[in-house]
Design a protein around this ligand. Structure first.
Ligand SMILES: N[C@@H](CCC(=O)N[C@@H](CS)C(=O)NCC(=O)O)C(=O)O
Length: 212
């Protein structure tokens, strides 16, 4: 019997879902993508993962509902571009600085009105701690961990994209030219475009969309 393709619940604009799609795409694994609307989550997704966040990858006997774990699973199936070649602990450390403090400040900068007493400028300054670290690395090398792209680049880029979009104007003149170049290379790439296609909301009973 042919094994069913894994199901990926995804939301186009979610940076966590983007990083999952990037790793799935590079790995060569084929999945059925189910586009989710966050205010109307499918029952089948909530049954698989009650915490209700995307991405969720449903395998035959396992559910993976953390984006970084989806990336690691996909790269475990195939890693033709060597995204896992740099030291894993170092990469996970930098990704944790993105997912933790940077994301905290990004949310409070971008959606200041949703948080009581959030001062956007204070949170923009908080986010710059990671930007400075990335700038230092990218001034030395084309990618965060050397001359080739890695897990860390593609895990972090979708969040820097979100931050840059929220800080437009300021971003263009900010003292992070290497981060800007790195981000522009990403957003202008066919690779990025290929994971940003628009799909209609998945409806129960429909097949998913073959991805990539
Ligand atoms: N730690 C999770 C976070 C995923 C997450 O928060 N995704 C957001 C969308 S970008 C979400 O699904 N939020 C639930 C909601 O808005 O209802 C991961 O890495 O997968």
């Amino acid at each position: 019997m042919v094994a069913a393709r894994p199901i990926l619940y995804s939301f186009r604009r979610c940076p966590y879902a983007m990083r999952a799609r990037l790793a799935i795409k590079v790995s060569g694994v084929a999945v059925d993508l189910r586009e989710v609307v966050l205010r109307d989550k499918p029952e089948a997704m909530l049954e698989a993962s009650p915490k209700g966040t995307v991405p969720v990858l449903v395998l035959e006997n396992q559910v993976i509902d953390e984006s970084l774990d989806v990336m690691l699973w996909a790269l475990g199936q195939g890693d033709p571009e060597g995204w896992l070649a740099p030291d894993k602990g170092d990469m996970l450390g930098l990704i944790a600085a993105c997912d933790g403090p940077f994301k905290h400040h990004l949310d409070r900068f971008k959606y200041a009105t949703r948080y009581e007493d959030a001062d956007p400028l204070e949170h923009r300054a908080g986010a710059e701690v990671l930007l400075r670290a990335l700038e230092g690395r990218l001034a030395q090398n084309r990618w965060l961990f050397g001359q080739e792209a890695s897990l860390a680049d593609y895990a972090i880029l979708p969040f820097i994209r979100q931050f840059a979009a929220a800080a437009k104007g300021w971003w263009e003149a900010a003292p992070y030219p290497h981060v800007r170049g790195w981000l522009d290379g990403f957003t202008g790439s066919d690779f990025f475009r290929s994971i940003m296609k628009k799909y209609p909301q998945w409806q129960a009973g429909e097949p998913g969309i073959p991805f990539p």
